[in-house]
Design a protein around this ligand. Structure first.
Ligand code: FES
Ligand code: FES
Length: 133
């Protein structure tokens, strides 16, 4: 199976690889695993006092599509509000990267990771009333 040019680009030049301080109150950390293949993705966001995501980092132990999905998502969420970031769909990621059907779960992992990072941030900052809806 051939990877798309965009997957290869993100795989060879991943954006925002690294880690933020998980004990920083402005940082939310999402750690998710894919049951289908055992791959693991860690995605972190740093949120400004105004509620804007000002930084994002990831570490992914997984396939090229998972790395590309997380790299793309870190680019997309920067400058967005938490609500905007939470509305990113795996289908948007899969479409942007032209993922084939067997690789769709890699983009689901990225959507789950950003949602988990947002939930962690809200929990830490006491803004988790929305999480109960
Ligand atoms: Fe091999 Fe995900 S199944 S990297
Ligand atoms: Fe499992 Fe990509 S995350 S194959």
């Amino acid at each position: 199976m051939a990877y798309s040019d965009k997957v290869i680009d993100h795989y060879e030049h991943p954006r925002n690889v690294g880690a933020l301080d998980k004990d920083d109150g402005a940082v939310g950390t999402g750690l998710v695993g894919a049951p289908a293949c055992g791959d693991v993705m860690k995605l972190q966001i740093k949120v400004s006092a105004e509620g804007i995501i000002e930084d994002a980092k990831f570490k992914t132990f997984g396939c090229g599509s998972a790395i590309a999905s997380s790299s793309l998502v870190t680019e997309w969420v920067k400058g967005k509000t938490l609500d905007e970031a939470a509305s990113i769909k795996n289908t948007d990621i899969a479409q942007e990267l032209a993922l084939p059907p067997v690789k769709i779960h890699c983009s689901v992992l990225a959507e789950d990771a950003i949602k988990a990072a947002i939930a962690d941030y809200k929990k830490k900052s006491g803004k988790d009333e929305e999480a109960a809806e």
